[in-house]
Design a protein around this ligand. Structure first.
Ligand SMILES: C[S@@+](CC[C@H](N)C(=O)[O-])C[C@H]1O[C@@H](n2cnc3c(N)ncnc32)[C@H](O)[C@@H]1O
Length: 211
């Protein structure tokens, strides 16, 4: 199946294969930051993105879009007038995303710097944040910085934060540490799945009620 991306590079079977190989190369170069050997499946992307329910002018942030499996679903379902910013640390992924999704904006840098990024771009606080960051392999200082930014963005709003964690890594210390951190800072939590049509299978986590 070929999907066009608003005058961007088409996404077809061949580019998915290229994405898979490029993603694996990035994993070998930086396993902790990439945190997976393959991009997410469309099934996990749909489970994570779900219904966006954004109003015109509201902002959706995506952390760690990688090669863009979530971005593709987001672009297809983003309501008219809603805004999008992807924050990606890897320059190769950032270049690919910019080429493939020219109608969307991407920032090259760390999600931990979200407050500065929003201020410098003159953007409002987001209504929703979806994340592909590999919290189970991120060091504590990065987890803390990203979590503080998420809480800063969503405190006092009805917005939510969504992420996924692989089933095989769910019990790892770093994955548990991140969930404990989020449990302290959010009133609401739900876990969906596992989504088994993904390599590897993953749970979707949703947090709301930032305090
Ligand atoms: C597990 S991959 C997920 C990629 C994509 N969302 C998917 O589901 O296939 C993690 C992504 O997070 C990016 N990343 C890691 N640390 C980051 C950070 N601090 N800020 C922004 N992106 C980061 C990596 O470069 C990579 O693209």
């Amino acid at each position: 199946m070929v999907t066009t991306t608003d005058a961007g590079e088409p996404v077809d079977g061949r580019s998915r294969l290229r994405d898979g190989l490029g993603f694996f190369g990035s994993f070998l170069r930086n396993p902790a930051a990439v945190g997976a050997v393959l991009p997410s499946s469309r099934y996990l992307a749909r489970a994570l993105v779900g219904r966006l329910d954004l109003q015109p002018g509201e902002l959706l942030l995506e952390y760690g879009p990688g090669t863009g499996p979530m971005t593709q679903v987001i672009q297809a379902t983003l309501p008219p007038g809603a805004r999008y910013l992807g924050i990606e640390l890897d320059p190769r992924f950032h270049a690919l995303l910019t080429r493939r999704y020219p109608a969307l904006d991407f920032h090259l840098g760390s999600a931990a710097d979200v407050e500065t990024v929003l201020r410098e771009r003159g953007l409002p606080r987001p209504a929703r944040i979806v994340s592909g960051l590999p919290f189970a392999s991120l060091p504590p200082a990065v987890q803390d910085g990203v979590a503080a930014g998420i809480v800063h963005c969503l405190r006092g709003t009805s917005g939510d934060f969504r992420t996924f964690q692989y089933v095989h890594a769910y019990g790892l210390g770093a994955a548990r540490r991140f969930r404990a951190l989020m449990a302290q800072r959010f009133d609401g939590f739900e876990r969906l799945g596992p989504v088994v049509r993904n390599v590897p299978p993953a749970f979707v986590l949703r947090y709301w009620g930032a305090k």
